[in-house]
Design a protein around this ligand. Structure first.
Ligand SMILES: [Zn+2]
Length: 462
């Protein structure tokens, strides 16, 4: 078996791992978009490094775009095989890939209008049509069931928490077993079940390291949110929460319903969900109830008192409305989308609060706000910031370093080799050290593009 790390080697995005089995069959594990700083994003325009039409199969760990978002480009470049994933991953990937294609098309249109592109006319990284063709190649497969993605290879998905449908992937040829963690969730996630034990003993382990150098300190974020909302509505204001539409928005709805039920928030407090993508993602969550750790009663009441805002004119009216409310809107870093309408109207008013419930990239509009910016530019206008601004950092969907080590400990046998991927260099290296010291396993942080071949003798059985 040969493994080549094509992305997520020195960063947390662009997950793409190429595997060639002992009999020559080839599989790509994940096909993610590079995101964040411009030098990273520019990698999306480079070729994959493997001819797409020569690949036999793709296996997708989960729907987040840093794992799935390059699939439409792969298909445009000639890939025609199947894309194996869990049923919930397929459903969420449809929503996320179509939205991503829409944003790529918008970017190209804006560049052409503004005339600031070096390539005239600017073309999108991929189109909606490319995304639809990628979705058509998806083959949902029930987790824990073995399947054969290509001749001479067997595979199995194991639920990993983290996001609806997210799984680790086991891939086996006639000599070796590879386990790829995907993204590992936390055992105390509010919405998702804890990661399940992987039953396969790997010769080679590919493990993510997003939080490889950090521990989640445990502030009670739901209680903190309750206090902020209470204080805000007591002074006649509303709370705006810029949120990621998939996963995070549903977790926040759950938290708000619990706060209402316990009496910490008024039962009649209106909640608005203003994001067509979050509404679609909520329907998908409710269609896969067993993947979440919600009681029947919580599932039934998740959307009680939640008003879905349908069109942009309603957003503008709601942004100017008097009276207490909680408004969930995307995008999560306030880089675009309907949340900007609310930000422009609410940021100048001291009675309101703006609460960021997710990670904020430095330099994004959300990043500047949580760093204390007193004014921001929204839709071409300078807007003063007089509302309270808060950042809830403790709601991450990733296992911390202890969680990652605990997940590795439950493997049925020690791997021969560990490759630490999907982390900033300092996080990956910190996790590598812990793996060597605490587990006694040989671990390395691979360079981008590096290949690792397992020799015939490298099996856990000998
Ligand atoms: Zn993820």
């Amino acid at each position: 078996m040969l493994v080549q790390i094509l992305g997520a080697a020195d960063c947390v995005t662009g997950s793409r791992h190429f595997v060639r089995g002992a009999d020559g069959a080839t599989v790509l594990l994940d096909c993610g978009l590079f995101q964040g700083w411009k030098p990273l994003r520019e990698r999306n325009w480079l070729p994959l490094g493997i001819a797409p039409h020569s690949l036999d199969a793709v296996i997708l760990s989960h729907a987040h775009l840093d794992h799935s978002g390059w699939l439409p480009a792969l298909v445009r470049e000639g890939y025609r095989g199947r894309i194996w994933c869990s049923p919930a991953t397929r459903d969420l990937a449809e929503v996320l890939l179509l939205d991503s294609a829409h944003l790529q098309e918008e970017d190209a249109r804006r560049a052409n209008r503004g005339g600031w592109t070096r390539h005239l006319p600017a073309r999108p990284l991929y189109t909606r049509r490319d995304a639809i063709r990628a979705i058509e190649l998806m083959r949902p497969i029930t987790p824990l069931k073995a399947f054969s993605p290509a001749a001479g290879l067997t595979a199995r998905l194991t639920p990993a928490g983290h996001l609806l449908g997210a799984c680790s992937v086991t891939l086996r040829d006639r000599l070796h077993t590879l386990v790829y963690s995907g993204d590992i969730g936390r055992s105390d996630d509010l919405l998702m079940r804890p990661p399940q034990t992987v039953a396969d003993a790997p010769d080679l382990l590919l493990v993510e390291s997003t939080y490889g150098d950090r521990l989640h300190d445990a502030p009670d974020e739901p209680a903190r949110l309750g206090e902020i909302v209470r204080r805000t509505i007591d002074r006649g204001g509303s709370v705006l929460m810029p949120t990621f539409a998939v996963g995070r928005a549903q977790m926040l709805m759950l938290v708000l319903q619990r706060l209402k039920r316990s009496g910490e928030l008024p039962a009649g407090l209106p909640i608005y969900l203003d994001s067509p993508m979050a509404q679609a993602a909520t329907r998908i969550h409710l269609a896969h109830p067993r993947l979440m750790r919600l009681s029947q009663a919580e599932l039934r009441t998740l959307c009680d008192g939640v008003t879905a805002v349908e069109d942009a004119a309603d957003s503008r009216r709601l942004a100017r409305r008097k009276g207490a409310a909680v408004i969930l809107s995307s995008s999560g870093m306030a880089t675009g989308g309907r949340v900007l309408t609310y930000l422009a109207a609410m940021a100048p008013e001291p009675r309101h609060s703006i609460v960021f419930p997710g990670y904020q990239v430095a330099g994004s509009r959300g990043g500047r706000l949580v760093d204390g910016a007193r004014e921001i530019k929204v839709m071409g206008q300078i807007v003063p910031v007089r509302a309270e601004v808060h950042h809830l950092r403790g709601l991450s969907g990733h296992a911390d370093a202890n969680g990652l080590v605990a997940w590795m400990r439950q493997l049925p046998a020690p791997p021969r080799q560990v490759l630490v991927v999907h982390g900033e260099p300092s996080s990956s290296d910190a996790l590598r050290l812990r793996i060597e010291r605490e587990l006694g396993w040989p671990a390395r942080v691979p360079r981008p593009g590096e290949s690792v071949a397992l020799a015939v003798a490298d099996t856990t059985g000998d």
